[in-house]
Write a protein that binds this ligand. Structure first.
Ligand code: PHE
Ligand code: FE
Length: 298
């Protein structure tokens, strides 16, 4: 390994010690020239697979974003090109990172309309499963919806809410993480044309893009803020429950209130298992639970 991937783009900040570089943001320059032919082929293969599968499955806002960015023009996109489009629309900016960031750093990026994207892509033998987010997940999964004004604002509000939850404590942070998981990562949306996917963890996975809509096994339940914030989730299997929103406006409005009293209230409630269906749920599909792995919810 050479040192091409060490941080080159360094942010500066006025502090008590003067104007200093801040390495803690985790931001590097996308080492675009270093991608191999194989890296580009992995992108093209994954892109083609999802592009064929997702019409009629992903929501139209997601599909429009994919086209607008030209994510399928061939090879791994350059963040600088995508940032021109983002700059002209919702004002978000992609920043390249090595991988997962500490919570407070991640929140700070989102709160400032910067979306961190892992610069590296999975290997050809990892097309179907990867335990940590790579470029395909982060870019193909998350970035198209950043062109939607309401979703773009939701992501920023989430970042600000994250800073607040971080200051309150680990339980609050867990409640907020569950909200991210069941919306940004694994959310479904009910549209006039039918149920559609908007979650990044789904659209970047061939298997789950099919399973989440077609399988009778998982629950599909109407979104409720406290319901979601109090429900454990799966990190090692497809989800056992998907939560369905009616619109991005509904999601944004539901998350507008101050969460401080909600965090306090939830402290005294036992969290629901990922597979559980409650009497108060609006049930679109009561899962048959076929193939469910018992236990091991995060
Ligand atoms: N309204 C939330 C709060 O007060 C912040 C938030 C907004 C969290 C949007 C998630 C999504 O903490
Ligand atoms: Fe993600």
């Amino acid at each position: 390994m050479d040192n091409t991937n060490t941080p080159r783009r360094v942010e500066h900040q006025q502090t008590d010690r003067g104007y200093v570089p801040v390495y803690a943001t985790g931001v590097v320059e996308q080492p675009w020239d270093n991608y191999t032919r194989t890296d580009h082929e992995v992108w093209d293969t994954l892109f083609k697979r999802q592009r064929e599968l997702l019409p009629g499955r992903a929501c139209k806002e997601f599909l429009a974003g994919v086209e607008r960015f030209g994510l399928g023009d061939g090879g791994i996109p350059k963040f600088a090109d995508l940032n021109k489009v983002l700059g002209e629309t919702t004002g978000w900016e992609l920043v390249a990172v090595e991988g997962l960031l500490p919570d407070e750093v991640f929140f700070d990026h989102l709160a400032n309309r910067r979306f961190p994207v892992s610069w590296w892509i999975r290997k050809p033998d990892q097309l179907d499963y990867l335990s940590e987010p790579d470029l395909f997940h982060d870019l193909f999964g998350h970035v198209p919806l950043l062109l939607n004004p309401v979703f773009a604002d939701y992501m920023q509000a989430y970042g600000r809410g994250g800073m607040k939850a971080f200051a309150i404590g680990p339980e609050a942070l867990m409640n907020l993480t569950r909200l991210y998981w069941y919306t940004v990562e694994f959310g479904l949306i009910n549209t006039d044309e039918g149920m559609r996917i908007y979650g990044a963890g789904i659209v970047s996975s061939k298997g789950e893009s099919i399973y989440c809509l077609d399988s009778a096994a998982p629950n599909r339940i109407g979104f409720g803020l406290e319901r979601v914030m109090n429900t454990r989730y799966r990190i090692d299997t497809f989800q056992q429950t998907y939560f369905v929103i009616n619109s991005f406006e509904q999601l944004f409005d539901a998350t507008r209130p101050d969460f401080t009293p909600i965090y306090a209230e939830l402290k005294s409630h036992e969290a629901h298992a990922a597979a559980e269906v409650l009497a108060s749920d609006r049930v679109f599909n009561r899962g048959t639970r076929e193939g469910f792995v018992q236990g091991g919810d995060a």
